[in-house]
Design a protein around this ligand. Structure first.
Ligand code: PXP
Length: 259
C-alpha cells in the first residue's frame, strides 16, 4: 500500500484539437504545457495518433525541448506500431504509454488487449525500456490484462476510467459503483504484483474523487475536461481546482498528509 503524493499528468491533446480546427498556431500546446506546469501539473501527457488529428510530430519536438527546460516529464501516448516506436526511440520521453488505436474512434475507447498479444508486445516494449522510457500499458479494469502486462515486463499499468465516468454522467449509479469497485480491486491487484498503478480517461471534478482515493494509484492523467473547463475558468484555475479536488479526496480517504 502506498499513500505518496498523487501525481497529475495534464493531457494537452485537445489544445491541439482546437488549434487544428483553424490550422495555424493558436492555441499552442507548448504554451498550455507551460501553463499546466505553473498550475502544478506533475507531467504532460500527449498522444501522437497515427492520423495526427491533434498532436503533431512538430508538437512532440517542441514539447520535448520545452519540458526538458522545465524539468517536467513527458508521457508520450502511442499505439504499438513500428512508426511510433521509432519516434519514441528518437525522443526518449520520460514515459511511454501504449494505447489501442482505431482510426474510426473519437477517443481511446477501450484498453489494450495485452493478453492476446503478449509475445509481440513483450518484444515491442523491450527497446523502449532499454532506452530508459518508463513503459505503461493502458488497460481496462480486468485482472487478465493486468497479469499479461506484468508478464511482458511493463512496470506500470494505467487503468481506463472511461466506463466509470460514462456511467456516472448517464446517472447509472449502481453500475458506476460496480465499475468503481472493479477499478479499486484491479488497483490493489496490480499493486500486489509490483506494478505502479495509474488511472485516467474521462475524469471530471465530479468523478475524480473516488479514483484519487485508491491508495495504490500514483498518477492520474486528465485532459479533455480540463481543456473544456479552461474555456470557462482558464486553464490555470481548472488545473488548480482538479488538483485540490484530487488531494482533498485522497486526504479524506487516507488521512492527513496523504495527498
Ligand atoms: N490516459 C490515457 C491513456 C488516454 O488515452 C487519455 C486520452 O487521451 C487520457 C488518459 C486522458 O483522457 P481525457 O482526455 O478523457 O481526460
Amino acid at each position: 500500500m502506498t499513500s505518496d503524493r498523487l501525481r497529475l499528468g495534464v493531457n494537452i491533446d485537445h489544445v491541439a484539437t482546437i488549434r487544428n480546427a483553424r490550422g495555424g498556431a493558436h492555441p499552442c500546446p507548448v504554451r498550455a504545457a507551460r501553463a499546466a506546469a505553473a498550475a502544478g501539473a506533475d507531467g504532460i501527457t500527449a498522444h501522437l495518433r497515427e492520423d495526427r488529428r491533434h498532436i503533431t510530430d512538430a508538437d512532440i519536438e517542441r514539447l520535448t525541448e520545452a519540458l526538458g527546460e522545465l524539468g517536467l516529464p513527458l508521457n508520450f501516448e502511442m499505439a504499438a506500431t513500428p512508426e511510433m516506436q521509432a519516434i519514441a526511440l528518437r525522443h526518449r520521453p520520460h514515459a511511454v504509454c501504449l494505447v489501442p488505436e482505431r482510426r474510426e474512434e473519437r477517443t481511446t475507447e477501450g484498453g489494450l488487449e495485452v493478453a492476446r498479444e503478449e509475445n509481440r508486445l513483450a518484444h515491442f516494449i523491450a527497446p523502449l525500456r532499454e532506452a530508459g522510457c518508463r513503459v505503461s500499458i493502458f488497460i481496462a479494469a480486468d485482472e487478465r490484462q493486468i497479469e499479461a502486462a506484468h508478464r511482458i515486463g511493463a512496470p506500470v499499468v494505467e487503468l481506463h476510467t472511461g466506463a466509470y465516468c460514462d456511467l456516472h454522467h448517464e446517472g447509472r449509479f449502481e453500475e458506476r459503483d460496480a465499475e468503481c469497485a472493479r477499478l479499486a480491486r484491479c488497483a490493489t491487484f496490480a499493486h500486489g504484483l509490483g506494478l505502479e498503478v495509474h488511472a485516467g480517461h474521462g475524469l471530471t471534478y465530479d468523478t475524480v474523487g473516488p479514483v484519487a482515493a485508491f491508495p495504490e494509484v500514483r498518477e492520474l492523467n486528465i485532459g479533455h475536461y480540463l481543456v473544456g473547463e479552461a474555456i470557462f475558468s482558464g486553464l490555470d484555475s481548472a488545473i488548480r481546482r482538479m488538483r485540490e479536488t484530487m488531494d482533498r479526496a485522497r486526504r479524506a480517504a487516507l488521512g492527513a498528509g496523504a495527498a
